[in-house]
Structure formats: C-alpha cells, structure tokens
Design a protein around this ligand. Structure first.
Ligand SMILES: [Mg+2]
Length: 383
C-alpha cells in the first residue's frame, strides 16, 4: 500500500475562521483527514503540504514516524524550529494517524499506545469582559453548561496598557492598580462558582519575573488550577524562579515546539504543569513523546488548544493515550458550527468533555454537504 496524494484545502470550520484540512489518500482508497492549526492554515499549510508531497507520495502510510521524521529533517532551512511550519506538520500527523487507524481498524489513540480513558475532560476558555461582574456571569454560565473547569485571561493587554490605563506598554511591571483589578475579578469568579470548580488564569507571558512572582503569590488564596505563562516563555530559569516562589501551580508550554522545546523546561522542572499544543508541537506522535518526558518528572499535561473541531478531536486522542493527561482546552464557546461540520455521536463537546468513539481513525467524518455550501472550492476534499 502506498500514499498516492496529499492536498490541503482551507475551509470555514470554526466560526468565521478558515482552517486548512489536510487530506491524504492511498492507492487502496483509504483517506485520512487532519486540520492544520491556526498559525499555518491559510498560507503555509497548502504550501508546505505541496512541497512535502514529494517526500510523502509513494511511501507506506503505516510507517508514520519515519514519514514525519523525513518531513521534519527536510525542513531544516524552512524554519522547522517552530511556528507555522510545525502547525502544518501537525496537520499532516493528524491525517496520518487518522489514515493508519482506518487501515488497521483501530481508533487513533490505539495508533499511539492505547487508551487510558475514552472521555476527555475539557475546560472552557471563557471570555472576560469590562468588569468583575461580567467575569462572574460568564463563569457561572460555563458551570451551568456542564463544565467543571474554566480559564480566563487576566493580563492587561499591550494595547490596553497605554490606551486604557496610561502605562508604558513596554514596561512589564505589574502596578498595584492592575493587581487590585485582578484580585477583584478572580474574587468575583470564585464568589460565583465556588472552589470546587477548577479555575485557571492566563497572563500570556506579559510580565517580568518580579511581577510574575507578585501576581502568583497574591492569587494563592484562590486555589487556582494554574497560573499560565506569568513570564515570557523563552527563559526557563525565570519561569522556574516564579514556580519556586509560590504555591500557585505554574503552567506553560503553548509556545514551545517539538520535544526539544520542552527539554530544559522539564529537566529544570520549571513548570508544575505543561501545556503543549498538539496542533503546533508536531502532532500526536510528537505529543506522545513530550508527555512521556513529562511523566518522568511526574508533571501532568494539559494541552493548549484553540483549534477547530478536527484538530480538537485529534488532540483528544492523544489525551486518551497518555497516563499523565490533566485536562484539554476548548476555545469554541463563541462558535456554533462544529456540529454542522463534523458528523459525531451527539455534540462534539458534550457537558464539559469529549466522548471518543471506538471507531477506526480519529472517528470524525466531514459533512460534505455543509462544507461545500460554505466553501464551494473545497471539492478536492471529497473527490
Ligand atoms: Mg495561554
């Protein structure tokens, strides 16, 4: 059996956002689909899969790791260290795992070692708002939808620092005004949802080390599930300094790529929880390696995920296949279209979790009629 063709077609599948769908076909008529993550969807996904088709076509589709290794090795001068190229590579990985599962008649999580669980716990990335009351209202709404964990952004953004508060946006020191604002919002959230529901807070690497420490220590009474990227991701030692200073768990890793990106972070135990984005680190196969490395240090894995439905389901398969899975992110609260695009048993996100079916491959089927209604040029996905 040989791979005959690979194409990438951008489709509208996550609200108004278009995501590249990779389709890999074999000469025996098997088809695997994967979604390219946000950073590469429109441009780089199609370009790279076109370039990579020379390395893929004619290969045995069951040699997944060898194929991915060759794509990675052949991309040294194209920027394989991270970013958009790895999103494209992850989309190819998803399609290969889908394909291999279908050929072997096993679900995707069994392609990479087998299932520890079939229901994947999800936390909702939840919108904040202009004031603490809106944070509280949105938190309660998520709880009522069945989520037992949520995340809010709490940093004052670069633009807002100057426009709204008159701060120098390049100065990454948290002010007392900012700190009080943060406390009032988290306090309102906890007041609304109580302490049994898990709550994570994201700071987007906005602050310097002393500020990261101050924020983490100030938020200790709220018993967060984690504080995310209190300092920028590049300096592992700074992250470790924050981690060692506080009882608030520190989580990071959404901006790190491949296993090498996690090497120092894990070896120095600079985070309590890691959050590789499986649609950016190189896919399910590489995600498994990263999770195994984290397991050596007893560090749980909570994948970052702002993907559309196909890549979210793909990430869920990895979450099923690792012992140290903690929780998976979901960024789709404000999009209503997943269940039109993907044929699934019930809604994809079901009362705060994803139930993975025991079907071959990644278990999804594209809704051809709906996709072609939105994107008439997408017929390459179905011919
Ligand atoms: Mg984040």
């Amino acid at each position: 059996m040989k791979i005959e063709k690979i194409v990438t077609v951008p489709i509208t599948c996550h609200g108004r956002t278009r995501r590249g769908i990779v389709k890999i076909t074999t000469d025996d008529g098997f088809v695997g689909y994967g979604e390219v993550g946000e950073t590469a969807s429109e441009q780089l996904g199609p370009i790279m899969t076109d370039r990579w088709s020379r390395l893929i076509v004619g290969k045995n589709p069951l040699n997944t790791e060898k194929i991915l290794r060759e794509l990675w090795a052949g991309s040294l001068f194209a920027g394989r260290g991270g970013g958009a190229l790895l999103s494209a590579l992850s989309g190819v990985d998803f399609a290969l795992v889908d394909l291999k599962g279908k050929i072997l008649g096993i679900p995707g999580y069994q392609v990479v070692g087998g299932g520890f669980r079939s229901r994947i716990r999800i936390y909702q990335d939840t919108a904040g708002g202009p004031d603490a009351a809106t944070y509280a209202r949105n938190a309660l709404e998520a709880k009522q939808k069945g989520f037992d964990a949520i995340k809010f952004d709490l940093d004052v953004s670069f633009g807002e620092r100057r426009a709204k508060y008159g701060y120098d946006p390049y100065n990454e020191t948290v002010t007392n005004e900012e700190l009080s604002l943060m406390v009032s919002k988290v306090d309102a959230i906890r007041e609304a949802i109580g302490y049994e529901m898990d709550l994570a807070i994201d700071l987007h690497g906005r602050y310097n080390t002393v500020s990261g420490i101050k924020i983490a220590q100030t938020l200790e009474p709220f018993k967060l599930m984690w504080l995310e990227e209190p300092v920028p991701p590049e300096n592992v030692d700074a992250m470790r300094e924050v981690k060692m200073s506080t009882s608030t768990p520190i989580c990071c890793g959404e901006n790190l790529y491949f296993k090498w990106g996690f090497r120092d972070l894990l070896a120095k135990q600079a985070a309590d929880i890691i959050m590789p984005d499986i649609a950016q680190v190189g896919g399910i196969v590489e995600g498994k390696r990263i999770a195994d490395l984290a397991d050596m240090y007893y560090i749980p894995v909570a994948p970052h995920n702002n993907c559309g439905p196909l890549a979210t389901i793909a990430q869920a398969h990895l979450c099923a296949a690792i012992p140290n899975f903690h929780i998976l992110e979901w960024h789709g609260a404000r999009v209503q279209d997943w269940d039109k695009i993907v044929k699934w048993d019930g809604p994809v996100i079901n009362k705060g979790g994803i139930n993975l079916p025991n079907r071959p491959g990644l278990g999804y089927e594209l809704n051809e009629k709906e996709i072609l209604r939105r994107d008439p040029d997408a017929e390459d996905l179905f011919t």
